[in-house]
Design a protein. Structure first.
Length: 45
């Protein structure tokens, strides 16, 4: 299976690699915000 152009392959792999990383980082950030909002005293840093 060949790509029509190198640019298309680069964009495809960029989306495949970037989207999960962005999604996971956003989830972890929201989770930390939620935990700190629910129990501020639980985060003894």
């Amino acid at each position: 299976m060949g790509c029509s152009s190198t640019w298309n392959c680069t964009m495809l792999w960029g989306c495949i690699v970037y989207l999960p990383v962005f999604f996971i980082s956003e989830l972890s950030f929201l989770f930390l915000m939620l935990v700190s909002f629910i129990s501020p005293q639980g985060l003894d840093l």
